[in-house]
Design a protein around this ligand. Structure first.
Ligand code: S3P
Length: 424
């Protein structure tokens, strides 16, 4: 495993193009595998998580060709012919939870397994509603390995207590194969890439805010161009906002309104963010974003916005250390169920470098503006987003920090360091 030392006190200047969205890449690979015919996915993410989805679909007998690092051709007849029934999801919660929905309605048995972190993450949130649809699922303590037996599903009306796109997508994918209609409701709108892509592939789906209805459908193959990942761009947005004299342009950023919480927060705190150009690509809004160094004020982040920035909260904690006043983050208890407990992890590591941050059961409280001292080693907790958040903090430390096991960034963003060095 590699250790990394971020370059301190160096402004960020220039233009980068952000690589493909991880959530959309997973869905493009899965949905093209379910479609009847040939799909072409352009600009697909080559990170480890989407590659886990790709190998699971291959293990299910789908013909998948990678013509280069980011172009994938999928030939399917809409049916799986499993060549393996133990399916390895690696570190990827999205692969495991969405595949649960797909596999529950299949005429064969399968078992989903994952790495140490994924094997500890809660799966009851998908097992319970799928079981109500008639799925036959077995998992000790509701954790992976998850055994899914051949089954027939019936559509249900389900009102989820959590706003999770993984749970919603799992249920909608099960609903595509169920008898009758499946109706899903969530408290706040979570990312809607599944709804948009299913519609784009001609599924019988309707959605209006937090309510989605789906009926049995065969997906049509498509050409899908994946837009850039705003969750990856967020590290650069925060870096340019907090490193003095920075001025950068990030091209090809996905701007789906269910993902743009980071832009809302940056603007609310006084950040200098500008959208330069907007377009629709394969049903998703995309644009270029210019970000400049700014003086910031604290704010409260809670309620409806949380699902729109759930993955950005560790780097928002870094941002808040540089804002004047007290930033409070609430209603984010699900952060404790991510690749690691991201509340404890970011609080522990930012404290080591001099931040005034305290954990609460459902978030954290940060008093700013505090200079970050550095001069220590920090840990990534085997979590890609922790690693990149600490890297951004490292850019403004007075003394260098050493980030242990930095290779975990490959889970979502293998290009991170190379793109950072383009701006320094
Ligand atoms: C994802 C949804 C989010 C997010 C994860 C990817 C997705 O999880 O944290 O990184 O692709 O649907 P939840 O839906 O469980 O909040």
């Amino acid at each position: 495993m590699k250790n990394v030392i971020p370059v301190i006190n160096h402004k960020l200047k220039g233009t980068i193009t952000i690589p493909a969205d991880k959530s959309i890449s997973h869905r493009a690979i899965m949905f093209a595998s379910l479609a009847n015919g040939k799909s072409v996915i352009r600009n697909c993410s080559n990170a480890k998580d989407p590659n886990s989805t790709l190998s699971v679909c291959r293990a299910l007998g789908v013909e998948i060709q990678k013509t280069d690092e980011s172009t994938i051709i999928i030939n399917s007849n809409g049916k799986f012919h499993p060549v393996q029934n133990i399916l390895d999801c690696g570190n990827s919660g999205t692969t495991m939870r969405l595949m649960c929905g797909i596999l529950s309605g299949q005429p064969f048995n399968s078992t989903l397994v994952g790495d140490e972190s994924l094997s500890k993450r809660p799966m009851k949130r998908v097992i319970d509603p799928l079981s109500l649809m008639g799925a036959k699922i077995f998992a000790v303590n509701n954790c992976a390995p998850i055994q899914i037996n051949a089954g027939k599903l019936t559509g249900i009306k389900y009102s989820s207590k959590i706003s999770s796109a993984q749970v919603k997508s799992c249920m909608l994918l099960a609903g595509l194969q169920a008898d009758g209609e499946t109706v899903y409701k969530e408290p706040f709108l979570s990312r809607n890439h599944t709804e948009l892509m299913l519609k784009y592939m001609n599924a019988d789906i309707e959605y209006d805010g937090v309510l989605t209805k789906v009926r049995p459908s065969v997906l049509e193959p498509r050409e899908i161009a994946v837009v850039g990942d705003i969750s990856s761009a967020a590290f650069f947005m925060v870096a340019a906002t907090i490193v003095p004299d920075s001025d950068i342009v990030i091209k090809n950023v996905g701007l789906n309104h269910t993902r743009t919480g980071i832009l809302e927060v940056l603007t609310k705190m006084g950040g200098n963010v500008e959208i330069l150009d907007e377009n629709i690509v394969s049903g998703e809004l995309v644009g270029d974003v210019r970000v400049r160094y700014s003086e910031l004020n604290a704010c409260t982040i809670e309620g409806e916005i949380i699902p729109k920035l759930i993955d950005e909260l560790p780097v928002i904690a870094v941002l808040a250390t540089q804002a004047k006043g007290t930033t409070v983050i609430k209603n984010a208890e699900d952060l404790r169920n991510k690749e690691t407990d991201r509340i404890s992890a970011i609080v522990n590591e930012l404290k080591k470098i001099g931040a005034d941050i305290t954990a609460t059961p459902d978030g954290f409280v940060i008093n700013g503006r505090t200079p970050l001292n550095g001069g220590v080693e920090v840990a990534t907790y085997h979590d890609h987003r922790l690693a990149m958040s600490l890297y951004v903090a490292g850019l403004i430390c007075k003394k260098e920090i050493l980030i242990k096991d930095f290779d975990w960034v490959d889970i979502s963003f293998p290009e991170f360091e190379a793109l950072m060095s383009c701006l320094l």
